[in-house]
Design a protein around this ligand. Structure first.
Ligand code: H79
Length: 438
């Protein structure tokens, strides 16, 4: 992979393939956005703000820091939070890893950070927001590990409370002479805590940089040099640098979109939301349908990417019911069809009229969303097919004809499994593809 990885910090590039292995096999993970903004739920002082990016409520509402914290901290109770329920839900959905917001742009941590600084306006109780005696980040990663999933921390490079941090979206003015070196020490110190106080850490998911603030501005070399020693297997995304598709990291991170041709030459992961917002929004009712979600998921995997699907629990720690429902529905599909997801690589075909494809050595998986009326599925492939069947019905072979356009697979008329149906073609060697978009 011709990247300029990690600005030459030793230990990263040479271990990349080995570190990436589980990630490339996993293909499906859970993103969790949980912080003070969850207690606002997309509204401030009775006014509803846009249904997307509810975790940006402090900026949307231009809420002063002290008021923001004092209003929301008492409401962020986690009173119904049960980490193992979340972990079981992710597992049931077929997810293999989880990334949770240890601290979002708002600057409040759900892990018990000991990195001290005096907050502007002396916000009562500092920036740790786990209810007394708890560590919500720690509880969450412990439960997901116990369920057998990999775990990671989302960590914001921006901070809207730290007096030495400047961000144009912050409502809190920084000190008169902000000491950026002190802010860099703070980032280093918090990442050190995350990497050393919670056992194995699989991902550090940074967010975000811009042209004027990227790379060494954050003290990247120091952080990366030590991080790989603390956590030799860790993956770090590419957001120490500007741009969602840059190659300075282990994976590219398109946000809420699937790149039309994937991201050739790099590993990548799309984050998508169940409704519109990452953070909990009480008025965001724009839940994606099961059909739309499955298309996004499988389109991503068919282009060689991972799908990191977000949920936004409320202040009590409850994942909204429509999000739970769709995860369970995906899980029902995954139980039958996960072979077409885990450990697969990108489709060898140009875009197909009826759906998507994924592959493993010797096997093509055809995810059929729009079956032709006559059930004759055209596949632009010239290899001999030794066996064709529907996942979940391996015993029943499908008839495959050879034509000038490739293969025509006759789909069953009595399919009653979860949609989309997946057809497996067993082939010899690598797929020989006929151009279906001349
Ligand atoms: O955590 C989620 C977002 O809050 C975060 N990344 C995901 C995973 C994110 N932070 N910044 N951005 C994404 C990109 C910034 C976009 C902006 Fe805007 C466009 C900032 C101002 C205009 C989006 C729209 C946010 C506010 C308005």
């Amino acid at each position: 992979v011709e990247s300029k990885p990690y600005e030459g910090v030793p230990g990263w590039a040479e271990t990349k393939d080995q570190r990436m292995k589980w990630f490339n096999d996993a293909r499906f993970g859970m993103f969790i956005h949980w912080g003070l903004y969850s207690a606002a739920g997309g509204s401030w002082k009775g006014k509803q703000y846009p249904q997307h990016y509810a975790e940006w409520i402090q900026t949307w509402a231009q809420a002063p820091s002290k008021e923001y914290a004092e209003e929301l901290k008492p409401k962020f109770t986690a009173s119904k939070f049960n980490a193992s329920d979340w972990a079981n839900l992710a597992k049931e959905a077929g997810m293999k890893y989880m990334v949770i917001t240890s601290r979002h742009h708002e600057g409040f941590s759900i892990f018990n950070s000991k990195q001290p600084y005096s907050l502007n306006n002396n916000i009562t109780g500092g920036t740790n927001i786990s209810p007394k005696g708890r560590d919500l980040y720690g509880e969450t990663v412990a439960a997901f590990k116990k369920a057998g999933l990999k775990t990671g921390a989302y960590y914001s490079l921006l901070d809207w409370q730290h007096p030495d941090s400047y961000d144009k979206f912050a409502t809190n003015p920084p000190k008169e002479n902000p000491n950026h070196e002190a802010y860099k020490d703070y980032l280093y110190g918090q990442i050190k805590e995350l990497a050393n106080n919670y056992g194995k850490m699989d991902i550090l998911w940074l967010d975000y940089s811009s042209k004027d603030r990227q790379g060494e501005t954050w003290g990247t070399k120091r952080i990366l040099t030590d991080l790989i020693k603390w956590q030799p297997g860790i993956l770090v995304n590419n957001r120490f640098w500007d741009g969602l598709e840059n190659k300075n990291g282990d994976m590219g991170t398109p946000e809420k979109y699937v790149p039309p041709t994937g991201l050739p030459g790099m590993n990548w992961e799309v984050s998508h939301t169940t409704n519109e917002s990452y953070g909990y929004s009480a008025h965001d009712k724009n839940w994606k349908s099961y059909d739309k979600m499955m298309r996004l998921f499988i389109e991503t995997v068919s282009k060689g990417g991972n799908f990191l699907l977000n949920v936004g629990p409320d202040a009590e720690g409850v994942i909204p019911e429509p999000a739970v429902a769709i995860l369970k529905q995906i899980g029902t599909w995954m139980k039958v069809n996960n072979e077409a997801i885990y450990g697969t690589t990108a489709s060898p075909f140009q875009p197909l009229d009826w759906g998507y494809a994924t592959q493993k050595p010797g096997k093509l998986y055809l995810e059929v969303f729009d079956a032709p009326k006559d059930g004759a599925l055209e596949v632009p492939l010239s290899n001999a097919v030794s066996k064709a069947y529907v996942l979940g019905a391996k015993g029943k072979s499908l008839v495959v004809k050879t034509t000038a356009k490739g293969k025509v697979v006759q789909l069953p008329t009595d399919f009653s499994g979860p949609q989309p149906m997946v057809v497996v073609l067993a082939i010899n060697g690598t797929p020989k593809v006929l151009n279906n978009r001349v």
